[in-house]
Design a protein around this ligand. Structure first.
Ligand code: FES
Length: 201
């Protein structure tokens, strides 16, 4: 990883810029709180929890197209972030941007639509969780904070409903993060619902 680079490389084909790797890593424990966009980037326009209507514009410098960043603690004390960005979609698609939550959790990258298909809550307000069987962790999921629906963070499938969330591929290039514009799980059957591309609460 080249952390000295100050300009992001061009996005790989089919991917959009999401920000430098450092934006997705937790702060040292003493400074770790729920962050506002103002605290994480000078170009941010909205604060966590606000009813924002747009995110900071994507750029090719050190700042990413940030909407919000939340600091989390796993049950074993591991710190991680969930950062929400707007990923532009190919021309003619609606909505023109998708609000995608990105997390580096248990040393793996995850990206998924930030809108819970139940009642539209921001999934970034929830928590990442380990998916395990017989004590063996084999995956990760996201638990919605509103009614605790859970979704596999790679397949997008719910363990208790027919709903599926879009998930996305993440690429790390020279210390910068890019997210696929198209879902990685388009072939997964299930009902998708994005409430017009906006979180409802
Ligand atoms: S809004 Fe997510 S579980 Fe109800």
């Amino acid at each position: 990883m080249d952390s000295s680079a100050t300009v992001a490389p061009p996005a790989p084909e089919g991917y959009a810029y999401a920000g430098p790797v450092s934006d997705f890593m937790p702060l040292p424990k003493a400074a770790s709180t729920t962050l506002t966009t103002e605290e994480t980037t000078a170009t941010a326009a909205t604060a966590e929890g606000s009813e924002s209507t747009s995110c900071a514009a994507a750029s090719t410098n050190a700042s990413g197209p940030v909407c919000s960043v939340e600091s989390k603690t796993a049950k074993d004390g591991e710190e991680y972030l969930i950062k929400v960005v707007e990923i532009p979609q190919p021309a003619g698609r609606y909505p023109p941007q998708k609000r995608v939550a990105i997390s580096h959790y248990r040393n793996k990258w995850y990206a998924f639509i930030n809108i819970c298909p139940h009642q539209g809550s921001a999934l970034s307000r929830g928590s990442m969780m380990d998916i395990e069987d017989m004590g063996i962790v084999w995956g990760a999921g996201i638990t919605c904070s509103l009614h605790n629906w859970t979704f596999d963070a790679l397949s997008g499938q719910s363990d208790s409903t027919r709903f599926v969330i879009d998930t996305f591929d993440v690429k790390e290039v020279d210390g910068y993060i890019f997210v696929s514009q198209a879902p990685r799980n388009a072939q997964v059957a299930g009902q998708r619902r994005d409430f017009g591309g906006r979180e409802m609460n």
